[in-house]
Ligand binder design. Structure first.
Ligand SMILES: NC(=O)c1ccc[n+]([C@@H]2O[C@H](COP(=O)([O-])OP(=O)(O)OC[C@H]3O[C@@H](n4cnc5c(N)ncnc54)[C@H](O)[C@@H]3O)[C@@H](O)[C@H]2O)c1
Ligand SMILES: CC(C)CCC[C@@H](C)[C@H]1CC[C@H]2[C@@H]3[C@H](O)C=C4C[C@@H](O)CC[C@]4(C)[C@H]3CC[C@]12C
Length: 369
C-alpha cells in the first residue's frame, strides 16, 4: 500500500473507534498513515471528541452503528480498503448476558468478515486478546511465552470464549475470495492487559483508593506476573499491521501476534502502583492481607449476590472467581514475532508510557495530589 500513486487514496474503517483502544487507533492513524483519504469510525456510541478531528486533511466519517446488525456493518464497509475491527464487549464482571457477549463479539465479527467479502475489502485486522490463550480454567501459569508456546487453552467464561471463537473466524477467513476475486488477508492481534490514557479499570482503582483514604490493600502475591502493554503501542501495532498486510500477505495472512512492549513484568497491583503511587496512593502490605481461601469465598459470595440482586439492581464488583483467577495466575509474554514479521518496534518507551499514564491519572477529577 506504499505506492506513491496511492498517496491519500485509502479508506479505513475502525469499528469500536470510540472505545479505549479504538480512540488511540483512530488518533494514531490520523497522525501516522499518510495514505489515508477517509477514516470511518463505527461505534455504538460516538464520542464528542470526534468533532475536533473533522477539521484536518483526512475526511473523518463518524458512523453510529451496531456490529450485530449486518446491514449497518455492510454499509460502513462498502468502499473501505482496510478494516480494523476493535469493537467488542469487554465484560468479565457479569454486567452483560453471555448471549449478548456472544452476539457482539462473535456474530459481530462474522458480520464484519461477510461485509468485507461482499464489498471486496481485502484487509482485515482483528483485535483479539491474550485471553484467547489464557489463563485457563486450571490456573496454569504462562510464563513469558510466545505465540508458539504450548498451553492448554480451555475457556468457560463467556468473554474469552467469545474472543477465541471470533479469532478463529477471522483466521479461517484468511484467503477467502472477496468481490472481484482477490483473497482476503486477515490477521489477529492479541494484547495483554492494556493500560494508558482512558483505561476505565485504572480509573476505578484510583477512585477506590481515594475513597479508602489514599490506600489500596494488596490482594494478590507480588510474585504473580501479569502481562501489560501500553495503549499507544497497541494502537501503533494495529496501524503497522494494517499497512503491511498487503506487502507481506503470504507471511502475515492468517497469523496471530501478541501485542507487547517494554513494560515491566509485575503483578497486576504492583504494576498499577507505577501510576497510582506517584498520584498519591499507597499499596498496603508486602503480602496479601487476606488469605487466598477468603478471597475465593468472597468471590463466590459476589456471584451469589449478583444473582440474588439481579431483579433489583446490577451488582458487578471487580472481584469474582474469574477476575480473581486472572489476577492470580501468571500470564506474561515474551516474543519478537511482530518485529520479525513486520518490523514492529514499540514507539513509546516504558518511561514515556508511564509518564503519559501518570499525567492522565493526575488530570482526573478528585486527584489526591
Ligand atoms: N482493554 C484491554 O485490556 C484489552 C485487552 C485485550 C484485548 N482487548 C480487546 O480490544 C478491543 C477494544 O477493547 P477496549 O478495552 O478498548 O474496550 P472498550 O469497551 O473501551 O471499547 C469497545 C468499543 O466497542 C464499542 N462497541 C461495543 N459493542 C458494540 C456494538 N454492538 N457495535 C458497535 N460498537 C460496539 C463500544 O461502544 C466501545 O466504544 C476489544 O475487542 C477487546 O476485546 C482489550
Ligand atoms: C483480585 C482483585 C482485587 C483484583 C482484580 C483485578 C481484575 C479486575 C483485573 C486483573 C486482570 C485484568 C484483566 C487482564 O488485564 C486482561 C484482560 C484482557 C482483555 O481482553 C480484557 C480486560 C482484561 C480481562 C482485564 C480485566 C480486569 C482484570 C480481570
Amino acid at each position: 500500500m506504499a505506492d506513491s500513486a496511492q498517496a491519500q487514496k485509502l479508506v479505513y474503517l475502525v469499528t469500536g473507534g470510540c472505545g479505549f483502544l479504538g480512540e488511540h487507533v483512530v488518533r494514531m492513524l490520523l497522525q501516522q498513515e499518510p495514505q489515508l483519504r477517509e477514516l470511518r469510525i463505527f461505534d455504538l456510541h460516538l464520542g464528542p471528541w470526534l468533532e475536533e478531528l473533522k477539521t484536518g486533511p483526512v475526511q473523518v466519517t463518524a458512523i453510529q452503528g451496531d456490529v450485530t446488525q449486518a446491514h449497518e456493518v455492510a454499509a460502513a464497509v462498502a468502499g473501505a480498503h482496510v478494516v480494523i475491527h476493535t469493537a467488542g464487549l469487554v465484560d468479565v464482571f457479569g454486567k452483560t448476558s453471555p448471549e449478548t457477549i456472544h452476539e457482539v463479539n462473535v456474530q459481530g465479527t462474522r458480520n464484519v468478515i461477510e461485509a468485507c467479502v461482499q464489498a471486496g475489502t481485502r484487509f482485515l485486522v482483528y483485535t483479539s486478546s491474550m485471553e484467547v490463550v489464557g489463563p485457563n480454567i486450571k490456573g496454569q501459569p504462562f510464563y513469558r511465552g510466545n505465540e508458539n508456546t504450548p498451553y492448554e487453552a480451555v475457556h468457560r467464561h463467556p468473554y474469552p470464549r467469545s474472543k477465541a471463537l471470533a479469532e478463529q473466524l477471522v483466521l479461517e477467513a484468511n484467503g477467502r475470495k472477496v468481490l472481484g476475486g482477490l483473497p482476503l488477508v486477515t490477521c489477529a492481534l492479541r494484547p495483554t492487559g492494556i493500560y494508558g490514557e482512558g483505561h476505565q479499570i485504572m480509573r476505578d482503582f484510583y477512585h477506590q483508593g481515594l475513597r479508602l483514604g489514599g490506600r489500596l490493600f494488596r490482594a494478590i502475591p507480588a510474585s504473580v506476573e501479569h502481562g501489560r502493554v501500553y495503549v499507544g503501542n497497541v494502537a501503533w501495532m494495529h496501524v503497522l499491521v494494517a499497512r503491511e498486510l498487503e506487502h507481506r500477505a503470504a507471511l502475515m495472512g492468517g497469523q496471530v501476534y501478541f501485542c507487547y512492549d517494554n513494560s515491566p513484568y509485575k503483578s497486576y497491583e504492583d504494576f498499577n502502583m507505577e501510576f497510582l503511587g506517584p498520584c498519591g496512593l499507597r499499596l498496603v502490605g508486602t503480602r496479601p492481607l487476606l488469605p487466598y481461601w477468603l478471597l475465593v469465598f468472597l468471590a463466590a459470595l459476589n456471584v451469589l449476590l449478583q444473582w440474588l440482586l439481579r431483579p433489583l439492581l446490577l451488582y458487578a464488583p471487580l472481584l469474582n472467581p474469574y477476575t480473581l483467577a486472572m489476577a492470580n495466575t501468571t500470564f506474561t509474554v515474551s516474543t519478537d514475532k511482530a518485529r520479525r514479521h513486520f518490523g514492529y518496534e514499540p514507539p513509546f518507551s516504558w518511561e514515556e508510557s508511564r509518564t503519559r499514564t501518570i499525567r492522565w491519572v493526575q488530570a482526573m477529577e478528585g486527584s489526591a495530589q
